[in-house]
Design a protein around this ligand. Structure first.
Ligand SMILES: [Zn+2]
Length: 288
């Protein structure tokens, strides 16, 4: 069950939210930003629990009837706006039916109604515009948590109405800790990608390595590339400290190509996922 205690490696973001809850100064519209797979949605559900928990108000127990229904996605006042169709957008009809129509009425049973939008860049422009007034003048007992991997792609009018809470990229150690020492497919794939790059493997083959390391599971490619970039950045920094400038330059160049690839993935990820082919294309253009 999502509680703040389950979120790893996001002390800064959790600190902001816990302090706001304790002071009763939580902004009515939050924008969680950061890479995929780092805990934004878990934190959003934990926040909805904290706001509504029966046994630990302001904290969230994760086990009471309210917390359980929030975790299962069946609480009538904790609503995720779903993406639809091949383009994976949130259409204006969804915002009208689920948000605009509801906010004129009090919550069914919650102390605080919470609307969740998993990838805010997926809001159709008309849908985003129809939210502006509600975000600016929130109805009582109503909160919004918007999440995105690409905040720069959002309408400035949406951004300006939300308090931004930044989530960090997770290092390999944190990811390993999250899986209790079990091999994490993202870590394994990132290590394979770095190793392939080290061997001078070209993009297409390197992607094959990543796919192989991921096995049957559907890999979060953006997270893989990001983790590989973090690894190479760390290596560049270590080489600088060792005074090995050629090695530092090589690692930094490779890292920057991965960062560019990651940014491209992050932007497209908001609109319905990313393909390994797109990543291979991007890496090839970068000369990797
Ligand atoms: Zn609870």
């Amino acid at each position: 069950m999502p509680t703040f205690a389950l979120v790893r490696g996001q002390d800064r973001a959790l600190g902001v939210l816990r302090a706001a809850l304790a002071n009763r100064r939580l902004h009515h519209a939050l924008l969680f930003t950061g890479p995929g797979g780092v805990g934004k949605r878990t934190t959003a559900l934990a926040l909805a629990s904290a706001l509504n928990c029966e046994t630990s108000p302001g904290v969230g127990c994760g086990t009471c009837a309210t917390c359980t229904r929030i975790a299962d996605g069946i609480h009538p006042d904790v609503i995720t706006l779903q993406r639809e169709g091949a383009a994976q957008i949130v259409p204006i009809e969804t915002v009208r039916a689920q948000v605009i129509a509801a906010v004129g009425l009090p919550p069914h049973e919650a102390r605080e109604r919470v609307f969740l939008i998993d990838e805010a860049t997926a809001l159709q422009p008309a849908a985003a515009n129809s939210l502006l007034k509600t975000l600016e003048e929130p109805p009582a007992r109503t909160r919004f948590v918007l999440m995105t991997v690409a905040p720069d792609q959002l309408l400035p009018t949406i951004r300006s109405r939300c308090q931004r809470v930044a989530f960090s990229a997770l290092g390999a150690e944190t990811r390993k800790a999250m899986t209790g020492g079990e091999p994490d497919p993202v870590v394994a794939a990132a290590e394979a990608l770095v190793a392939a790059v080290d061997r001078g493997v070209h993009a297409g083959a390197a992607i094959g390595v990543v796919q192989g390391a991921g096995g049957e599971s559907k890999l979060d490619v953006a997270a893989v590339v990001e983790l590989a970039a973090i690894e190479l950045h760390g290596r560049a920094r270590a080489a600088v400290e060792d005074g090995d400038l050629p090695a530092a330059r090589l690692a930094a160049d490779r890292a920057s190509i991965l960062v560019a690839a990651h940014m491209a993935i992050a932007v497209h990820h908001g609109h319905g996922g990313v393909s390994l082919e797109a990543l291979a294309h991007r890496l090839q253009r970068g000369g990797l």
